[in-house]
Design a protein around this ligand. Sequence first.
Ligand SMILES: Cc1ncc(COP(=O)(O)O)c(C=O)c1O
Length: 295
Amino acid sequence: LREALAAHHGVAPEQVFCGNGSNEVLQCLLSAYGGPRRKALVFEPTYALHSHIARLTGTTVVDAERDAAHAVDLAEAARVIEQEHPDLVFLCSPNNPTGNADPLGTVAALLERSPGLLVVDEAYGQFAPSSAIELLSQSPDLVVVRTFSKTWSMAALRLGYFLAHPEVVEACERVALPYHLDALKQAAGLIALRYEAEMNDRVRRLVEQRGRVEAALGALEVEVWPSDANFICFRPRTHSAAEVWTGLLERSVLVRNISGFPRLAGCLRVTIGTVEENDRFLEALREVLDAPTAA
Ligand SMILES: Cc1ncc(COP(=O)(O)O)c(C=O)c1O
C-alpha cells in the first residue's frame, strides 16, 4: 500500500506512513513530536480533533485567530509562533468546518516561521485547487495528511496516511503498535486506488454542485463563506442557527450545527450531495427563512 500511495503522489515509499484513519496518523504524530512540555498550535475555528488529540497526548495547545474570511492571518501566526515556539503547527486546508483552503504561499510562510513540524491536514484536499504536497521537497518539516474517508467514500474502512520526510515516518513507526494496519484494509486501499478516475469524477461533480449551491445561497438571507471542500459554512441573518437547523430537520434535511465552534456563533454547515439532495436543501432553507422567526 505504501508503494502504491507513493506512486499515486509521486514520492518515495519511505515518505509514506499509513494508519487506521487520519485520526490515528495525527495521534502518532502527536505521540512522536508532542507530549508534556511540548506545544501544538492550531488556527481556530478548525477541526476539533487536532487540539483534542494534542491534549490526550499531554501536549499543550495554543491557538491563533483566523481572519474574517477564516483564512490564516500570517501576522497573527507569526506573533503566536514567536511567542510560543510550538513544536507542531496544525493547518487544516481546506479547513473543517469553514471550507476554505489556505494558499500555498501561506503554507510556505508558515514553514519558514515554524520552529518544528508543520502538519497540513488535507482530508478534503482533492476538492481544493492546490496541495501542500507540491512543497514536500522544499522542507523536511512539512507533513501532509490525507484520508480515504472523504473523497474515496471509505470512512468505515479507517485508512489514512501522511507524506513527509523519511525521518518523520521513522519517528511515527517507533510510536505505532506493531502490525497496526491489517492486511484486509491494505488490500481494500490498493483496490480503491485503481478507481482514481471514478473518484476524480465524483470530485468534479461535487465541485460543480458546490458552485451551484453557493450561488443559490448568495441570493438568500444568509452570510456565505466560499468553500474549497464538499461543504459550505453559512450564517442565517434573520434566524438563529438552532431555529434553522430544527426547521430543516422537520423537512428531513440534516445539516451540522457548528454554532458551538469558537468564532462561528450562528453558523451551520451543509454538505454537498446529489442534485436532488441539494435542491431539497435549498427549497427547505427558503421555506424556513420565509417563516417568521420565534425570537
Ligand atoms: C479535517 C479532518 N481531518 C481528519 C479527519 C479524520 O478522518 P479519518 O480519521 O476518518 O481519516 C476528519 C474527519 O472528519 C477531518 O474532517
